[in-house]
Design a protein around this ligand. Structure first.
Ligand code: NDP
Length: 706
């Protein structure tokens, strides 16, 4: 980058329109990573960041709040499909960052994949509302009239992101997806060197017309004062260098103002080779392949790349040799548009300079280059020529070795490029100690086919890491790889890795929500959450003796349009006989002694003698609550949380009460899910069993309307 503007301005998208400064002079010039030629100019002088944030807090919050969690999740799928069909456009732009097609796929397809994953997880794992329950109700008074529980609701501000240059698309979408599902508007600030790729992606997102207004705003260029206008209602997720993270973390609005701050910074990730994984084993080969992949994908500019290769001391030379041979035979450096190129340029000339400086510092501290050179590499140009060029941010992969494996430099200095160090350990304890010297990392690979070694290493290093990837012959082909964070699992790490968590399945949606304890009567808890709570009002049909209201309709006759939470059915009592227990034992083959052998059952401390099978009682309960005629209930798809509490000997009687607890209409179907609270009691009112019955119920009573 230089300070002379020479190319078109990269616009920002704020307050629902594309924005460039009224005076386009000045700004930062961004160069093509492959040719060093000016590509774009970035300048956002005069942007009113307070207004950008306020727009998110008002318009964005309002528009996103009109949709439920499921409706937003469905929109993510539509958006992912839309972007998927247009991703070639973004690949073309992405080449200019030095990325090969594979690198671009990691960034672009990976980002779109996150949208797909969150869409389906959101609809599967979250309720179709805007209040999420966290854990069970706690009864806080003797008579049950006062209780408490926890709920999640979205934070009232914006989800601001400050992103790194290496993954302009994935880095933005991995944060956008959970924020969007939570219902929180995003303000993305792209890194200057590759912000033009993020701009192209946001343009597609906006043009899709799928997102509610205010869902996303993009700041192209620097945003040094963004934290000044955030407060406790907002969150800021940062990805980049540890030093920038530290300065942001120390901002008064984080310390005193309560801005939720999470960071993901550079870490010195390790890969450990187990003592069993000697040359010639499938593990050795998988390990070497993984190291070379991590060194060369994105030219090593990955927050998850393997920087420290920790191997048995006797295998250091074998590993260096094998890594070098694999690079020689597989890696072609050059312009990513040229045929056959497998490793492109670093993202900018500044980045190349920084990486070379870091390597020189490592060498001065005791590292030795065991493979590769700091000289400009021979590359394949866009025209297909093979030569050394002055322009472009190309670099040879480098492997360093160290005499002193505890030299701080190998554990502290990061060259954010195709650079790794191989260091030897004496035993597993030392391997763990060396790995921990990274002071907290995003990910480590443990490569061994020895279960004991895998357990020792993984449990030894887990608390220093956000993710541990176990590699052996069973996973060599199926693993998603050391460096690939998947949306289902945590991406982040302790200590030097920033202490944040950007991904991690549905828990990353909760990062954008506030957990609040609420207290009140079961009726009020029901009203707030939309989920029926034990002790709240019900409209009971069925047996008068157990609270049925005259004229109440069996809830199985009601479609979702008619059904209300709290609609219930109470059965009469049914006696349990020894003959029926014996028949059930013989017919099912479940002749466990508690159901068949009186003496043995009596000797058991839990049973008064022969008792009915729990499954017999649950089956009878179904017979007691069912309304058999064809109607809106389409299917029973399971039970949840089944507990048998009081044993039922012959001569006792049971009854069941079924209450509509949670109603979840499916956004895409003509039916929805109803969870029914089921309680089986005995003749004395004691609770015999509790569980939830899960059914599918039509939205309108259409299939069997007559
Ligand atoms: P920086 O930390 O300098 O920049 C990262 C982002 O923060 C950019 O968007 C940058 O914006 C922004 N930024 C920088 N300073 C401030 C500030 N004071 N206030 C608000 N925003 C700020 O990292 P680089 O991108 O320059 O990369 C440097 C090093 O970071 C790499 O060599 C590598 O070690 C590490 N890194 C780690 C990554 C990870 O995923 N963990 C990813 C990429 C890099 P602007 O573009 O305007 O400078």
């Amino acid at each position: 980058m230089t300070t002379t503007p020479m190319a078109p301005l990269v616009p920002s998208f704020v307050q629902n329109s594309w924005w460039t400064p009224s005076d386009p002079a000045g700004g930062t010039s961004v160069l093509d990573a492959n040719t060093g030629k000016p590509l774009a100019t970035v300048n956002n002088d005069g942007m009113d960041l307070a207004k950008v944030v306020e727009y998110g807090r008002t318009v964005g919050q309002r528009e996103l709040g009109k949709l439920s969690l499921h409706e937003r999740a469905l929109k993510l799928k539509e958006l992912a499909q839309f972007l998927n069909e247009r991703r070639e456009e973004i690949y073309e732009i992405s080449y200019r960052t030095g990325s090969t097609k594979i690198d671009s796929m990691v960034d672009i397809d990976g980002g779109i994949g996150v949208l797909f994953t969150f869409s389906s997880k959101g609809r599967r794992e979250l309720p179709n509302s805007n209040v999420i329950l966290d854990g069970p109700m706690e009864v806080l008074s003797r008579d049950g009239s006062f209780a408490g529980e926890h709920i999640y609701t979205r934070i009232p501000g914006v989800a601001a992101q400050i992103n790194a240059f290496n993954f302009p698309v994935w880095g933005m979408l991995e944060k956008f997806a959970p924020a969007f599902i939570a219902g929180v508007p995003t303000i993305a600030k792209a890194a200057t060197p590759t912000g033009y790729v993020a701009e192209a992606m946001v343009r597609l997102m906006v043009d899709s017309g799928i997102l509610p207004e205010g869902s996303i705003q993009l700041i192209s260029g620097s945003a040094r004062t963004l934290l000044d206008v955030l407060d406790y209602r907002d969150m800021l997720s940062f990805t980049g260098s540890a030093s920038t993270a530290s300065s942001l973390k120390a901002h008064k609005n984080v310390i005193d103002g309560g801005v939720r701050f999470t960071s993901e910074t550079d870490s010195l990730n390790a890969a450990i080779l187990g003592p069993d994984a000697v040359t010639g084993t499938p593990e050795f080969d998988a390990f070497v392949k993984s190291v070379v992949t991590e060194m060369t994908v994105k030219a090593g500019q990955k927050c998850t790349a393997i920087r420290r290769v920790i191997v048995p001391a006797a295998l250091v030379q074998d590993v260096v040799k094998a890594v070098g041979e694999r690079i020689d035979s597989r890696v072609v450096i050059g312009d990513p548009r040229a045929e056959g190129v497998t490793m492109g340029a670093l993202a900018s000339l500044e980045q190349l300079r920084d990486v070379r400086c870091a390597v020189e510092e490592m060498i001065a501290a005791g590292g030795e280059i065991a493979y590769g050179t700091l000289d400009a590499p021979v590359i394949r140009t866009a025209e297909g020529e093979t030569k050394t060029v002055d322009a472009g941010a190309f670099m040879s992969p480098l492997v360093l070795t160290w005499d002193d494996v505890k030299n701080q430099a190998v554990h502290n200095l990061e060259a954010f490029g195709p650079v790794s160090s191989v260091i030897g350990y004496a035993d597993l304890d030392e391997a763990i100690e060396l790995t921990a010297m990274g002071s907290g990392s995003l990910v480590a690979t443990v490569c061994t086919n020895d279960a004991d070694a895998a357990r020792t290493l993984t449990t030894g290093i887990a608390s220093h890491h956000g993710r541990v990837h176990m590699l052996n012959r069973e996973t060599a082909r199926s693993s998603t790889g050391h460096g690939a964070p998947v949306p289902h699992l945590v991406h982040g790490g302790p200590g030097r890795a920033g202490g944040g968590e950007e991904l991690g399945g549905i828990r990353s949606v909760f990062h954008h929500m506030q957990r609040t304890a609420i207290q009140g009567s079961p009726n009020m808890l029901t009203a707030v959450t939309g989920v029926w709570h034990a002790g709240a009002d019900r409209v009971i049909a069925g047996c008068d003796e157990f609270g049925a209201v005259e004229g109440a309709i069996h809830p199985f006759r009601k479609s979702l349009a008619e059904l209300q939470i709290g609609d219930a059915f109470a059965s009469p009592l049914r006696e349990v006989t020894l003959a029926e227990i014996t028949d059930f034992a013989n017919e099912t083959g479940d002749t466990f002694y508690a159901h068949t052998d009186a003496a043995a059952a009596e000797a058991n401390p839990f049973f008064p003698g022969i008792v009915a099978h729990g499954y017999l009682l649950v089956s009878w309960a179904a017979g007691l609550f069912v309304q058999p005629a064809p109607g809106p209930v389409l299917a029973n798809y399971g039970l949840e949380n089944l507990r048998f509490i009081t044993p039922v000997p012959d001569g006792d009687s049971i009854r069941v009460t079924l209450t509509a607890k949670k109603i979840t209409p499916r956004v895409t179907d003509e039916y929805g899910e109803v969870a029914w609270d089921a309680v089986i009691n005995n003749q004395d009112g004691e609770i015999v069993a509790t569980y939830d019955v899960l059914t599918l119920v039509e939205k309108e009573n259409t299939t069997y309307a007559n």
